[in-house]
Design a protein around this ligand. Structure first.
Ligand code: ADP
Ligand code: ZN
Ligand code: ZN
Length: 659
């Protein structure tokens, strides 16, 4: 009997493939059913092996599942790259990009659905002339027909989305498909609407809040060329669109492109790799591009296309730092700020208040003994949510009952300190009794079912005050807003995190972009106790390029990303000593390597999660490829240590969060 041998990846956290035999010729990227332990499970064929190390005990592939290959060449190659780059178990990487229903053995196979969309242009939706900036840039962008990364740097309201629509139009004309990525599910509906107004024919949408059947259908229709436009979040980055013509990454700077746990990949970076492998154009759009992208523009690896003017010709709002060090404050709002809000409301206009903390107050403290309410599973301070009358941990979402007296000393003198969106809302409600106060944060959007209801309320109101977290700064415009207030920028400006200045300046500039489309006089007030802060001075110009230039200089001098490459080795263990010992050992092994800096171990924040302790090591190098090699070496070592069994360890490559 003649057998062929194949390495198969299975959806388990294992950094290896398993060899099976079969009488059939099977292609790379096909789904198969294989015996594993006493079960039969789905696996993906990774490669054909000519001579297995040993034939003893090799099991036979039970079944080839589909008529079509699940992962075609370019998706397949991108996955191999991702598994290698992120040092993540290959089977899990494959499964991350496979609809849930295809990860298990069932009657679902990879075949066409038979519903073919036809795209026709709705000319009525296009009844305006492009601005000069739009048309010159569009002409250039339309000429790109291979991998040549483009940054579309466009201030808010400069007509970036219109460029995306017209790029998509050209691709559809050429019978090509297009993938549009956004950083958050919340941003999908309005973009979907823009595409639907422009094109008849189904626009595919793909994200984690859909049912598994919905996702499977969009995936299959993409694969068989039944739809040509897909809008999705990072999980859609490898959706197998047939004849993919380009990838558009909107708000490319947004940190939500990075998956925070499990397989910690950046959707933006995988999109770039995919377009390189497919040799197709990639368009990265943002009003506040990432430093990483700007550095590559400087190095002439990416090209930049500027849209510096708003379509409506209006000037961007003025950013005004307001020194509050001597002010009387009411729930985080300074008295002068309140006066300005009042005058704007009197004029019948809208105000947007940005505060980066949800809930009522971030500190629930005993005045008598200093006890502070903390989460028992992760030790972070609990945030008081007045509307729910609960204390909530914002790290792990654990919910606690509110104690009226201190559990340590029984005193009734409980203090509620600091400010969150709920408190601001309450204060505004009691100050402006007749004005709608619209809160927009994680809690309120979940309560109302959708973010659209909130947008609608803002649209139909005359004067109104919107209070919200960074959610307010993303995507949606509020044309009636003529005043933005930033309550606590200092937190971001003074934070020691490596990318905090980049992040806060992006947020401030994005928030200010939401305002003032109906009014030339829009203002953004930034409350601060440090009006002379150097970064703030740059942010004040409202010109993101000036801020970014300063950040790039600083980071270069400090040799931190994007001028160096960082990865974090995390260890989770019930006993902290075991995790620290494990990381110490890793540190020792890397100590003698040239061109690598290792710092740590450090306790992570939060230190305790669900009874486990967390520690980490920071590993830094000047080149990506070298760092990759070092980590591969380290992985091999780690896998042979006896103590490895006692810790849960993982890498975070290109981390956003260093704590
Ligand atoms: P951005 O994505 O940069 O914020 P949009 O593409 O959403 O900008 O454009 C802002 C608004 O202006 C949209 O309502 C859009 O339909 C409209 N618009 C875009 N380009 C033009 C143009 N050339 N002339 C008139 N209106 C335009
Ligand atoms: Zn007490
Ligand atoms: Zn917690």
């Amino acid at each position: 009997m003649n057998f062929f041998y194949y390495d198969i990846a299975v959806g388990l956290p294992l950094r290896q493939c398993f060899t099976y035999k079969s009488k059939d010729i099977i292609k790379k990227g096909e789904r198969v059913v294989v015996p594993f332990g006493n079960k039969s499970i789905i696996g993906i064929v990774v490669k054909k092996v000519s001579k297995p190390k040993s034939l003893k005990g090799l099991k036979e592939i039970i079944e080839i599942t589909d008529d079509h290959i699940a992962f075609d060449k370019s998706e397949f190659k991108t996955i191999l790259w991702a598994s290698d780059y992120y040092h993540h178990p290959i089977g899990e990487v494959f499964f991350s990009f496979l609809p849930t229903l295809l990860r298990k053995k069932n009657d679902k196979t990879v075949k066409a659905t038979g519903e073919i969309a036809k795209y026709e242009l709705n000319e009525k939706d296009k009844n305006f002339k492009l601005t000069k900036e739009q048309s010159t840039n569009l002409d250039k962008l339309n000429k790109i027909n291979r991998f040549d990364p483009s940054l579309i740097y466009g201030v808010t309201g400069s007509g970036k989305t219109e460029i995306y629509l017209q790029l998509a139009e050209k691709l559809i004309q050429k019978n090509k498909s297009v993938l549009v990525l956004v950083p958050e599910i919340n941003l999908i509906p309005q973009l979907e609407k823009r595409f639907k107004n422009r094109f008849s024919g189904d626009i595919g949408v793909y994200h984690s809040r859909q049912t598994s059947n919905q996702r499977l259908k969009v995936w299959l229709r993409s694969k068989f060329g039944e739809i040509k436009i897909v809008i999705g979040t990072r999980s859609s980055v490898l959706i197998p669109l047939k004849d993919l013509g380009a990838i558009i990454v909107d708000e490319e700077h947004d940190q939500s492109y990075k998956q925070a746990d499990g397989f910690k990949f950046s959707g933006r970076d995988i999109a770039i790799k995919r377009s390189q492998i497919e040799d197709i154009p990639i368009f990265l759009g943002s009003a506040t591009p990432s430093l990483q992208t700007l550095k590559l523009v400087k190095e002439k690896k990416y090209k930049k296309y500027d849209l510096l003017r708003r379509v409506d010709g209006k000037k961007p709002p003025k950013l005004i730092p307001l020194d509050i060090s001597e002010s009387s404050m009411l729930g985080g709002i300074a008295a002068q700020t309140m006066d300005i809000i009042n005058s704007v409301i009197k004029r019948g206009e809208q105000v947007l208040i940005f505060i980066n903390r949800r809930g009522f107050a971030p500190l629930y403290e005993c005045d008598n003994c200093g006890w502070v309410a903390k989460c028992s599973s992760c030790e972070s301070n609990l945030v008081f949510h007045k509307s729910k009358n609960r204390l909530i941990c914002h790290r792990c979402e654990s919910v606690y009952r509110v104690n009226d007296s201190c559990p340590d000393c029984s005193s009734n003198e409980i203090n509620i300190l600091g400010t969150g969106t709920e408190r601001v809302e309450e204060i505004l409600k009691s100050t402006f009794k007749k004005v709608p106060i619209i809160r927009m944060d994680y809690d309120s959007t979940r309560l109302k079912g959708s973010i659209d209801a909130i947008y609608e309320e803002a649209e139909k109101s005359k004067q109104a005050i919107l209070v919200g977290t960074q959610m307010l700064s993303k995507g949606h415009d509020f044309p009636k807003v003529t005043l933005c207030v930033i309550l606590n920028a200092d937190g971001g400006l003074l934070s020691p995190d490596i990318n905090s200045v980049e992040k806060i300046s992006q947020q401030l500039i994005q928030v200010s972009g939401r305002a003032g489309r109906n009014n030339n006089l829009a203002k953004v007030i930034i409350q601060t106790r440090y009006p002379n802060d150097e970064n703030l001075k740059k942010i004040k110009t409202g010109d993101y390029q000036i801020v970014a230039e300063r950040c790039l200089k600083t980071n270069k001098a400090l040799d931190i990303p994007p001028y160096s490459n960082i990865s974090i080795l995390r260890a989770i263990s019930p006993n902290p000593q075991i995790g620290i010992k494990f990381l110490d050992k890793a540190h020792k092994i890397l100590k003698n390597k040239k061109n690598v800096d290792v710092i740590g171990p450090f306790p992570s924040i939060p230190f305790k999660v669900k009874g486990n302790t967390r520690n980490h090591l920071v590993i830094k190098s000047n080149t990506k490829t070298y760092l990759n090699r070092v980590l591969k070496f380290l992985t091999k070592e780690i896998e042979n240590w006896p103590e490895t069994k006692k810790v849960k360890w993982s890498y975070d490559i290109d981390p956003y969060d260093m704590s």
